[in-house]
Design a protein around this ligand. Structure first.
Ligand SMILES: N[C@@H](CCC(=O)N[C@@H](CS)C(=O)NCC(=O)O)C(=O)O
Length: 220
């Protein structure tokens, strides 16, 4: 790890910050978890001074301030020297690694959050139908990962990488928020493999105990 201070992750239990917590555990990076109530925009307004978007996760490490979960996951793996968790430029599957790492949030999690917002959280707005349309859209957006995993155990480089953490979190979220019916059997089995990892279990436990210590509820 670099010589600067210990990285601090501002997050909410079960949020996209789990991508970062999970990566830190897998990479052996010692991370301070600063657990916030959800949604911090309303429940922890002081946080807006740190991150004007009010979103979680946010990583602070020396001069670095990052607010994209998949970028944070890649960053933590690199500063932790966990070469096995990333795919280097020039290596086979480098392009696929980048592509799936970005795809996870921009393309897969995005429709999940629209579903969550309109069909689960803000049902008084009258946009439930739109939320359910986004649920179907989410299902269609799993096709790329589904095809990629035909005959493969992991997305890239024949090993577990940050790309699996980023896509795996989206599948985990689907299960948590009632979108499992859209997850095909092969991706469900892939999620089972990922979530059976010691690193995933330890990351969940870390967030749980930090959340309990801060007395804040999980995001989802
Ligand atoms: N693209 C960002 C999205 C961050 C984001 O929207 N996080 C959600 C929690 S999973 C959030 O903070 N929602 C509360 C809000 O928007 O006020 C990432 O991948 O980290």
């Amino acid at each position: 790890m670099t010589g600067v201070d210990k990285p601090v992750l501002f997050t909410c239990q079960g949020s996209r910050g789990l991508r970062a917590t999970w990566t830190a555990v897998e990479a052996g990076v010692d991370l301070d978890l600063n657990m916030l109530p959800f949604p911090p925009r309303f429940a922890a307004p002081d946080y807006l001074e740190e991150n004007p978007l009010g979103t979680v996760p946010m990583l602070v490490h020396g001069d670095a301030r990052m607010t994209e979960s998949c970028a944070i996951a890649h960053y933590l793996a690199v500063i932790g020297g966990a070469e096995h968790l990333v795919v280097e430029p020039g290596a086979p599957d480098y392009a696929a690694y980048l592509d799936f790492t970005y795809h996870a949030d921009a393309t897969i999690t995005f429709p999940q959050t629209v579903f969550l917002r309109f069909a689960k959280f803000e049902t008084d707005k009258g946009w439930e139908e739109a939320g359910h349309a986004y649920a179907k859209w989410f299902g269609k957006r799993l096709l790329k990962a589904e095809k990629r995993l035909e005959g493969r155990e992991y997305l890239c480089a024949d090993r577990f990488t940050v790309a699996d953490i980023c896509v795996g979190y989206a599948l985990y979220l689907a299960k948590r928020i009632g979108l499992e019916e859209y997850v095909p059997q092969s991706l469900s089995a892939y999620l089972d493999r990922l979530s059976a990892r010691d690193g995933f279990q330890r990351a969940m436990a870390l967030e749980r105990s930090a959340g309990e210590a801060a007395d804040v509820k999980r995001a989802v």
